[in-house]
Design a protein around this ligand. Structure first.
Ligand code: SAM
Length: 309
């Protein structure tokens, strides 16, 4: 364990030392307060759902982020009355902890929720949230690369796993290893809830690679829906749903709202990752509206043991 006073998070040794990992860690090293100005108080960083027939009032980024997560949980069926509460949850790439906190609230009877991340700065913030919420008994945090999921202690299988916004950062070998390892650590019938920004194959073929020295958000490993779902199916998952969510219009609105917050709070200069969002927001909004990029909600189910691989 590491931390100032009591337990904060457990550090699992990594067997990977590639430079892209350092790139991702750098993208998230700035103060959560800077990010809060851009993403909202709760620090959800995986798009937002705005549209709601009962709510004509403006929708905040916090609310849009939470609605997106809730919509995905509903699509997975885990919020249905009578659906048993998950017994063990894992959030892969848990950011600043917004989804973990939400899940702990939605599933008060779930005895164990784990979060993994490679950003020590984000995990320190998560640990503060856990302590403030008096949830240290149930929420366990690990400084752990998704490629090392097999090393997570305690082999009790997970029945609900979230991977929201992290696959975008994974080099292909990390995505493939992590997906295989997840299948081995999940219960048959267990649910995997993914949200990811994916690109059309034509768009990927037409785009030059992002130069590493200007890729301050570590987005260099862009992927297509077909690649992501093929790896899932080949690793022991059955894809149940792969719809576009949020809609292109909502996704464009979300990224332009981030840019507007950066322009307001950091009119002259922001940190390199925030400058990268400012620089790409309009092009990304256009790509979303043209369906060259889309945000996909993928719900996959871990197949029965005998059919793994
Ligand atoms: C776009 S953020 C999404 C955060 C969070 N899931 C949410 O919905 O707000 C991506 C997260 O994935 C984490 N991440 C990226 N690569 C990772 C890896 N190889 N292993 C573990 N976490 C990783 C990042 O540190 C970051 O916390």
């Amino acid at each position: 364990m590491t931390g100032d006073d009591d337990q904060r998070y457990e550090v699992l040794p990594s067997h990977r030392g590639d430079s892209f990992r350092e790139h991702v860690i750098r993208a998230y090293k700035d103060s959560p307060d800077d990010w809060r100005n851009v993403l909202g108080d709760q620090l959800h960083f995986q798009w937002g759902v705005y549209d709601h027939p009962d709510s004509p009032r403006p929708v905040s980024l916090d609310e849009a982020g939470a609605r997106h997560l809730e919509r995905q949980l509903a699509l997975a069926g885990v919020l249905e009355p009578g659906h048993p509460a998950p017994r063990r949850v894992l959030d892969v790439g848990c950011g600043w902890g917004a989804a973990l906190r939400h899940l702990a609230h939605v599933f008060p009877d779930c005895p164990r929720l784990d979060g993994i991340n490679i950003s020590p700065e984000q995990l320190a913030h998560c640990a503060d949230l856990v302590r403030e919420a008096h949830e240290a008994e149930r929420i366990h945090l690990y400084l752990c690369d998704a490629a090392d999921i097999a090393q997570l202690p305690d082999q009790e299988p997970y029945d609900l796993v979230l991977v929201r916004g992290a696959i975008t950062h994974f080099p292909p070998d990390v995505y493939e290893n992590a997906t295989e390892a997840l299948a081995r650590r999940m219960e048959p019938g267990g649910l995997l809830v993914i949200s990811e920004t994916l690109y059309s194959e034509e768009f990927l073929a037409s785009q030059p690679p992002l130069p590493p020295d200007t890729d301050h958000l570590a987005l260099g490993h862009r992927k297509s829906l077909r690649y992501v779902t093929d790896v899932l199916e080949n690793s022991g998952f059955r894809v149940r749903d792969q719809r576009v969510l949020p809609s292109p219009e909502e996704a464009a609105r979300w990224v332009l709202e981030l840019k507007s917050n950066i322009d307001f709070h950091f009119p002259k200069e922001a940190s390199a990752p925030l400058e990268a969002i400012r620089a790409m927001a309009v092009d990304l909004a256009v790509a979303l509206l043209r369906n060259e990029a889309s945000v996909r909600s993928i719900i996959a189910e871990r197949r029965e043991e005998g059919r793994l691989m």
